[in-house]
Each structure stands twice: as structure tokens, then as C-alpha cells.
Design a protein around this ligand. Structure first.
Ligand SMILES: [Fe+2]
Length: 187
């Protein structure tokens, strides 16, 4: 997800002494709260996880429970970004630390979360559900996107993502200054 790499770059530059604008933090929070939480995770919680629990998966332990827990964790990190973005004035040192801490936890968490869904959870659902059940679920996803998000909102969030990635490109470590390849973050 390009916006995750963009956020990573934004925080890395801040840690190197670049000044950060609260408006940019607000935009990241706006993007993740709507695109990740409301659209993607909303769709999973309202449709996919619900369907999976109806087919015998537990929502208290196991893979579905882990995904639900990670959604909660992700929302807590995004709430902190939104809070930091909503204040006025220059960021204090404590606020910079909080930004680095929460964005630093959120980025790898969401990357791993997406990988677990793609490689473990969705294949599990595909094995557990019959083709007509899967087709019905796809239809529910489409209805959710149409009714809950709408074409204009989807378009607006894509524009926001493009803007963030253009303004805040992913961080590329300075190769001249880089002495330890395993620790420079390039991987
Ligand atoms: Fe998810």
C-alpha cells in the first residue's frame, strides 16, 4: 500500500529534523480512517467475518478473532494521528514522539494484517464457502461499497492517496551514509 510507505517516509523525514505540518497528519488520519477502517475493515466486519462465523469460525479465538483485534488496534493508532492533526501550532517533542510511535506501530501492523488476510484468511473463506455463497458475499461487498461509500467518496480517497504519495514520497535511505545494510530500512 503506497500510502503506508508514504507515511513511513513522512515520519522518517520528521525524525531527521524536517518540520511537519499538522494538516498532513490530518490527511493521513482522514485517509486511513475512511479507506482502511470504514471501507475495507467495515466490509470485513459486516460481511466477511460475519459470514465466516456463521460457517463455524470462532470470533473469540483463531484467525477471525486476531483480525478483529488488529482492526481495533489499527483504529486506536489512527485516532492518535487524528488527535495530533486536529491541534494547532508547531508539534512539541512529545507530539513528535507520539506520531513516530503510533505511525511506527501502525505501518508494519497493517502491512502484516493485509498479508495475513490475503494469504490465510481469504483462502480459508474460499475453502469454507460454496461457490453460490461466495457469489452472494461478493454481491454484498459491492452493495456495501455502493451504499456505504459511494463512487464519489471512493474517488475522493484515491485523490487523497495520490496527493499524499506525491507530497510525501517513500523514504529512501542515503546510501553514502548507510553503513549497515540490515538496519537501514531499505528492506
Ligand atoms: Fe482487515
Amino acid at each position: 500500500m503506497y500510502v503506508l510507505s508514504s507515511l513511513e517516509g513522512f515520519v522518517a523525514r520528521m525524525q531527521q529534523g524536517e518540520e511537519v505540518e499538522r494538516a498532513t497528519i490530518r490527511r493521513y488520519a482522514e485517509f486511513f480512517a475512511n479507506f482502511a477502517d470504514r471501507c475495507h475493515h467495515g466490509k470485513e466486519e459486516d460481511i466477511l467475518f460475519k459470514t465466516m462465523t456463521e460457517h463455524g469460525f470462532s470470533n473469540r479465538v483463531g484467525p477471525v478473532a486476531v483480525m478483529i483485534h488488529e482492526h481495533t488496534q489499527g483504529r486506536a493508532h489512527v485516532r492518535v494521528l487524528a488527535e495530533l492533526g486536529s491541534r494547532d501550532g508547531e508539534l512539541s517533542d512529545e507530539e513528535c514522539d507520539a506520531l513516530a510511535e503510533h505511525a511506527g506501530a501502525y505501518v508494519p501492523m497493517l502491512r502484516n494484517h493485509i498479508a495475513k488476510e490475503d494469504n490465510i484468511l481469504y483462502p480459508m473463506a474460499e475453502r469454507a464457502l460454496t461457490p453460490p455463497e461466495l457469489a452472494a458475499m461478493t454481491e454484498q461487498f459491492e452493495r456495501f461499497e455502493r451504499d456505504e461509500m459511494g463512487r464519489d467518496e471512493h474517488h475522493r480517497l484515491h485523490e487523497l492517496a495520490n496527493l499524499l504519495v506525491a507530497e510525501q514520497p517513500p523514504f529512501v535511505p542515503d546510501q553514502e551514509a548507510c553503513e549497515t545494510c540490515h538496519a537501514c530500512g531499505m528492506f
